[in-house]
Design a protein around this ligand. Structure first.
Ligand SMILES: [Mg+2]
Length: 251
């Protein structure tokens, strides 16, 4: 009799549901290779939060509000946070209450320096080797996604970017853009995976039947809902390494 621990059980069934473990624990990666469609969030998911791009965007949002209303930066910041609390995104509040042009807003707030994002050859290779269609689903813009993905070296690895304009400016986690995404791209949710750093954005994906992958974040807004009934099938700290493992790459 061997005294060594048995190897981790790999589900025999290729069905994606078999990859789900209790309490969100990983119960095997091989079944994930059967995924037909990978839906990736962009910010703090395809690049690590440590790049801190959001700090730049956050500041640009305050500057936009200051310029739009002709008010001091500190006052703009207060209004920004109020919009965020009341509407889920600052843009939503600006559109509903002040009829702000969303294209001008998105162009302004995403006019940032992305050189803090390091190219990721491992992510590039993992995406190349990973079977299945890949789509970016972001509350940002196509232009921002192209900017960041270009820096990462993964710009042409995706079939499409489903951005906030495609979502009629209704942001995640409202369930409506998820439904639109599924319909527009002919996605069978039971054979799809969604990858996100903001845990609550995974809830509508789970409700549709998708496998959920949380890229563990440290901010309160990223963690909200975790451990409170939110269904997370896989928790990931290093997305490139995890995707490489799913794709069957060594190391
Ligand atoms: Mg994100």
């Amino acid at each position: 009799m061997s005294q060594t621990n048995p190897p981790r059980t790999t589900p025999l069934s290729p069905a994606l549901s078999a990859a789900r473990g209790p309490d969100g624990r990983d119960a095997g990666l091989a079944a994930l290779r059967e995924t037909e469609v990978w839906v990736f969030d962009l910010d703090n998911t395809l690049y690590p939060a440590s790049c801190n791009l959001f700090a730049q965007v956050d500041r640009r949002i305050s500057e936009f509000i200051a310029g739009h209303f002709g008010i001091p930066f500190d006052e703009a910041r207060t209004r920004q946070k109020q919009f965020f609390r009341d509407y889920g995104t600052t843009l939503r509040g600006l559109m509903v209450e002040h009829d702000v042009d969303p294209v001008a807003y998105m162009d302004f707030v995403h006019d940032i320096d992305v050189t803090g994002v390091a190219p990721s050859p491992l992510l590039t290779e993992a995406l190349d080797r990973l079977p299945g269609r890949k789509i970016i689903f972001t509350n940002g813009s196509v232009k921002h996604a192209a900017n960041v993905a270009g820096r990462l070296g993964i710009a042409d690895r995706f079939e499409a970017v489903f951005d906030i304009a495609a979502a009629d400016y209704v942001p995640k986690p409202d369930p409506r853009p998820y439904a639109t995404l599924v319909e527009r791209f002919g996605i069978a949710p039971a054979r799809a995976c969604m990858v996100e750093d903001i845990a609550r954005n995974l809830a509508p994906a789970h409700a549709l039947g998708m496998t959920t992958v949380w890229v563990r974040g440290e901010q309160d807004y990223e963690r909200a809902g975790v451990g409170a009934g939110l269904q997370i099938d896989h928790t990931v700290d290093d997305l490139p390494s995890w995707l490489a493992a799913v794709a069957g790459l060594a190391g």
